[in-house]
Design a protein around this ligand. Structure first.
Ligand code: NAD
Ligand code: ZN
Length: 305
């Protein structure tokens, strides 16, 4: 009788797992491609919103600042760019997919120290990820452009224009960073700190073309970090990557998380018992010893010969 064949594992996945395993501090940078399998379209690429509707004007923030009340009225009347209406409706409907949960599993296994996401959809938080920087903000929050205070919106659909900030009188906008708007300084500094700590970067579902976020990837490389790319298509980052995985975020992250699964240990507890300073619930800067499941790895390697 024929034995059923085990699924083949991409050699790139194995290389990536080894690189992550041997790295002291691993940071993932995710982009719009990370949430495609949750039904949220990207901007660029084959099914991207800009490909469908054309690229919108790049002066969103200056238009908001010139007339915050008028900007909110347009929002509330759905008198917005078509691509923003489609994105907003997709955000309301989206749930994390298995790739978001696999990213959380990698964090829990100690394989991933921090995630910087360019996404505004909040799906990483919904999937239980702890160490996260949302570099372009989160669509379920509001932010004052004067003092920077953020408040929860608790709903993606604002029903009335928000009052000016109670602290400084500044105009209130969505927390999401608009075209032409600087990334808030606290967020940019936190992201840079993670890049400076990183010895390995995993770039997932990003075209690496939105600055300043994408620039962090080149800074990491120039500081000696290795770079792994997970993306079905070539990007401008591909040529500087140490490992390239041409696959969707969901497929690749599920395979990676499987390699870091420990059959007999809870790795979080084990890390704590080795050193109390490595409590995974803190923002500890100490690498906390990911364990690659070598028994899984050997199985896969064996299959390849
Ligand atoms: P992008 O739209 O420029 O590029 C998306 C990338 O994802 C492409 O390189 C594409 O090849 C890749 N991709 C497509 N399907 C994929 C899949 N299933 N798995 C993995 N990768 C896949 O995205 P970007 O570089 O992140 O920049 C766009 C900007 O748009 C960001 O600043 C972000 O804030 C915003 N945005 C966010 C969302 C969201 O929150 N989900 C959605 C659209 C746009
Ligand atoms: Zn304020």
């Amino acid at each position: 009788m024929l034995r059923p064949e085990k699924p083949a594992v991409d050699p790139g996945i194995l290389q990536a797992a080894e690189l992550i395993h041997s790295s002291s501090y691993v940071v993932a940078m995710t982009g719009a491609g990370m949430s495609v399998e949750s039904g949220i379209p990207t901007f660029r690429g084959k099914d991207g919103l800009w490909t469908k509707y054309g690229q919108p004007p790049m002066d969103g923030f200056s238009r908001f600042r010139a007339d915050p009340a008028g900007w909110w009225q347009k929002q509330l009347n759905r008198d917005m760019d078509a691509h923003m209406i489609e994105l907003r409706d997709a955000l309301v409907a989206a749930e994390p997919h298995t790739g978001h949960h696999a990213l959380t599993a990698l964090e829990r296994a100690g394989a991933l120290n921090h995630v910087i996401t360019q996404n505004i959809d909040g799906l990483d938080l919904k999937a239980g990820l702890k160490n996260l920087i949302e570099i372009h903000g989160n669509r379920s929050r509001l932010r004052c452009i004067g003092c920077g205070e953020r408040t929860a919106l608790n709903d993606f659909v604002q029903v009335e224009p928000p009052e000016p900030c109670v602290h400084c009188g500044g105009a209130i906008k969505f927390d999401t960073v608009m075209f032409g708007e600087p990334v808030p300084t606290d967020t940019m500094e936190a992201a840079r700190e993670q890049i400076d700590l990183a010895s390995c970067i995993v770039a997932i579902g990003t075209s690496a073309s939105v600055r300043p976020a994408s620039g962090l990837l080149w800074i990491a490389k120039s500081q000696g970090s290795t770079v792994i790319e997970i993306n079905p298509f070539e990007t401008k980052l591909s040529s500087i990557c140490d490992v390239v995985i041409r696959s969707t975020a969901g497929d690749a992250l599920n395979q990676l998380a499987k390699l870091f699964e420990s059959p007999e240990h809870n790795l979080r507890d084990r890390a704590r018992s080795v050193d109390p300073e490595t409590d995974l619930n803190t923002d500890s800067k100490i690498g906390y010893g990911a364990t690659l499941n070598h028994s899984n790895l050997r199985e896969y390697e064996h299959d390849r010969f």
